[in-house]
Design a protein around this ligand. Sequence first.
Ligand code: 3HC
Length: 301
Amino acid sequence: PLPSTESTAPSIEGIRTILVIGSGTMGSQIGMAAALAGYETTVQDISAESLAKARAELTARMEATVAKGRLAAAEAEAALGRLSFATDLDASAAGADFVIEAATERLDIKEQIFARLGQVAPEHAILATNSSTLGASKVAAATGRPDRVCNMHFFNPALVMKCVEVVRHRATSQATVETTLELARRLGKQPVLINREVPGFIANRLMGAIQKEALALAAAGIASREDIDTTARTALGHPMGPFELMDMVGLDVIDFIAQATYAETGDAADRPDAQVAALVAEGKLGRKSGQGFYAYPAPGT
Ligand code: 3HC
């Protein structure tokens, strides 16, 4: 092959097979969205248990969508047929035209994954990270193809939320940007382009500002969490109030994002919130643990 001094990023027509790394909340639904859009998709995870859970959840979700009359049974079946689950990264990456990494938000883990992808993914493949805190520039060098690396940041729940933030770093090629934006559109999303890496991109910066204000109002006893959430819904038209949203995203994730942002900016205004950190320390992580700012009954009770 020719040395890759010039971008060889494929056009959208060159994208047929997608690999999603990580089968957590984000990875599993991103994989399902890709399969629904007609792509042969593999969701890869080192944990077979997590893959089994993802498969069960996605199957149940497709069944519910069919039951609501939102999707034809045959389409759901075909989409699930295009979706496979695997533990072997090398084998999964070997045939991928586009990789979306949605693994644990840890730089050392991501560096390892991207270094490996650089070796085993086809030369033309675009390697994207769903990270909201780690700019792709942090892992791009390890791949040997920094021009084909960018952030492709989805929102929770990824099957529903329309936004995808595409973030280019200094070396990302125009072809990579265009193909990634178009892929997001083909997944039924409305992508936005961020021209320079900045902690939190757009959405998490906006969300963080609202959350910070909500936490301050509640901590000062000015209004209850319930009333703050009600106000966000009824005065601002937000689908969820800030406390409900933090519980849905996961307080550990909220705390992690704040820590990562603070580490990067050093700005006192970005300091992680003590109420959130205290709940995390008590194991109260939000909806997924049954308790966060609010209590959530276990499913089926
Ligand atoms: N997974 C998949 N689909 C889901 C879902 C989930 N967890 N929860 C709800 N849905 C689907 C429902 O099945 C339903 O589908 P339908 O239209 O086909 O029937 C649809 O979403 C609407 O759901 P509901 O009617 O049950 O409830 P709502 O109308 O309240 O919608 C919501 C639920 C879409 C989650 C809405 O409340 C919402 O938009 N909330 C805000 C979400 C948000 O802000 N996300 C961004 C978080 S930040 C982030 O992800 C960034 C990261 O870096 C932290």
